[in-house]
Design a protein. Structure first.
Length: 219
């Protein structure tokens, strides 16, 4: 039903996540992140928001992605229908794809990068996401949008797309948490929203709010 990506740039300290699906409200359901903890994408045939939130709590407490995922997935008898990827504060990743996830379903985890998808047209979708994320020289926002475009161009969700989301956590900038909950062209709408929030007057306001690198910043 969904394809998603989690990424961490060790040099800049930026965390970024993006997702799209053939159902409603992918951002609200799937993505969560904290600049001091990492990122999670929880999805699947019967996605668990409890997986997502518990893994975030554990990573915030210092548990690595691998152990956090194992602790949450193992005891859940519904895990065969769920999918998760997590990326911790150190850039380590871990994923799980339940064996009853609607095909095609899989995940790929590497240092600082994780992708996952279910109800996809095939493995080529995940391969396109990984290739774009690793080889693009674009800035992080444009790179995440390019990853979604590449996934869609490679076949994407078998039903087409209805919603899309982008989450960027930068120590020098306020969080960018954008969601297109329902649209006939959600990727195009997400790009338009990105352009709007990075333009004036909204951008001028963002330059005045606290960030990790300056928690007391003000007008």
């Amino acid at each position: 039903m969904t394809f998603s990506i989690l990424a961490h740039d060790r040099e800049t300290g930026v965390y970024a996540a993006a997702a799209a699906t053939g159902n409603l409200c992918v951002g609200g359901w799937v993505l969560r992140g904290d600049i001091e903890s990492g990122l999670v994408a929880s999805q699947g045939t019967a996605p668990s928001t409890f997986w997502r939130d518990e893994i975030m709590r554990q990573m915030h407490g210092g548990t690595g992605a691998e152990l956090a995922v194992e602790r949450v997935v193992g005891p859940d008898p519904g895990r065969r229908h769920r999918q998760i990827i997590a990326l911790d504060a150190g850039g380590c990743t871990r994923g799980f794809t339940g064996e009853d996830s609607i095909a095609f379903a899989d995940h790929v985890c590497d240092e600082g990068l994780a992708v996952a998808g279910n109800m996809l047209t095939g493995q080529a979708v995940l391969e396109a996401m990984i290739s774009t994320a690793r080889n693009s020289r674009l800035a992080i926002v444009e790179r995440m949008l390019a990853v979604l475009d590449a996934a869609d161009a490679a076949g994407g969700d078998t039903r087409g797309l209805v919603s899309a989301a982008l989450l960027v956590l930068d120590p020098h900038h306020p969080p960018l948490d954008l969601r297109i909950d329902c649209h006939v062209e959600p990727l195009a709408a997400l790009k338009q929203l990105c352009d709007r929030v990075r333009g004036l007057p909204y951008r001028g306001w963002l330059d005045k709010v606290p960030v990790l690198a300056d928690r007391t910043r003000h007008p």
